[in-house]
Design a protein around this ligand. Structure first.
Ligand code: NAI
Length: 302
């Protein structure tokens, strides 16, 4: 088995001061990458800030003989994102890898959710990934090389009670991935998304202790490490990962059915009658791009 190496590569890991992000930063550095360890150092709900979390991870990387630079900006502002990328360029000359990992929680059920709770969670997860990726993408495009991982969640992919802000942001990251995948294709920029489950401060009070114990973040790290390596040639994919379980998941399209001829009106009653065919997942396919969905309309457009 050939060893995966990050010699000569520069990585940005957001929210790398703790939890999953910390494991990515340590592993990439161990395998030769120069790493920007970004972390705001705030509380689980996004309040507060501290340099301690990022500094400790940088110290740990350096003590093990690796190379790293700390950054304490919030990903949630355009200036913060720009400065995170600038930290990489100033310290190491470029950016090859971005892992959009920084995250917070402000859970509430739909009716109780405040605008502030909605806005901050969207700002950190969704805008944050964009604010870091946009300036990084410009550099990757110049260098015709890039590996990006977005962090979604089963809450967004499949649903969860009390997380409408978080679920919306996380599914937004899947849409963002599809765009990066499409626009990055000709520049050798690959973007994939993970939906992890891991023991961290985000999950410590929502999981029973016996389950929490088995979900060490270290079981997610190898997938992310592979996805951001040169060896990985796949892009636009979504993966579940937890406790050593790795599985691809996808937004898919059924064959469906055709009603009418593209000229006559279609009635709601016809939809009702055809409901079984409309909702069928037979012959389900992953589409590579929205244009692929036009293939299903061939009957009308040919
Ligand atoms: P964590 O709380 O241990 O780590 C998140 C890190 O992000 C913290 O160190 C925090 O200071 C940092 N951070 C928060 N806001 C920031 C900001 N505005 N700018 C820069 N850094 C910021 O949480 P964990 O579990 O390691 O989460 C990592 C990612 O994985 C998050 O995006 C989370 O939503 C996602 N995730 C985690 C799951 C789990 O089971 N732990 C499940 C699904 C998704």
């Amino acid at each position: 088995m050939s060893e995966i190496s990050f010699d000569g590569r520069v990585a940005i890991v957001t929210g790398a001061g703790a939890g999953l992000g910390k494991t990515y930063a340590l592993e990439l550095a161990k395998k030769g990458a120069k790493v920007v360890v970004n972390d705001l150092g705030g509380a689980r709900d996004g309040s507060g800030a501290s340099t301690k979390a990022a500094d400790e991870v940088v110290d740990e990387i350096k003590a093990a003989g690796g190379d790293a630079a700390a950054n304490y900006d919030s990903v949630a502002t355009k200036e913060g994102g720009a400065n995170i990328v600038k930290t990489a360029v100033d310290a190491f000359g470029k950016v090859d890898i971005v892992i959009n990992n920084a995250g917070i929680l402000r859970d509430k059920s739909i009716v109780k959710m405040s605008d502030d709770e909605w806005d901050l969670v969207l700002a950190v997860h969704l805008k944050g990934a964009f604010y870091v990726t946009q300036p990084a993408f410009a550099i990757m495009k110049e260098n015709a090389y890039g590996r990006i991982v977005n962090t979604a969640s089963g809450a967004g992919l499949y649903g969860n009670f009390g997380q409408i802000n978080y679920a919306s942001a996380k599914m937004g990251l899947v849409g963002m991935m599809h765009s990066i995948h499409t626009e990055g294709a000709k520049y050798n920029i690959k973007c994939n998304t993970i939906a992890p489950i891991a023991a961290s401060r985000l999950t410590e009070d929502v999981m029973p202790p016996e389950i929490f114990e088995k979900l060490d973040p270290k079981f997610v790290t190898p997938l992310v490490t592979y996805l951001v390596s040169e060896d990985n040639q796949d892009s636009g994919m979504i993966f579940n990962c937890a406790a050593g379980w790795f599985s691809r998941t996808a937004v898919m399209c059924g064959t469906g059915t055709f009603i009418g001829d593209g000229k006559r009106d279609i009635t709601a009653e016809e939809i009702k009658d055809a409901w079984g065919d409309v909702t069928s997942l037979d012959d389900i396919k992953v589409l590579n791009n929205v244009n692929d969905s036009f293939g299903y309309l061939a009957k009308i457009f040919s």
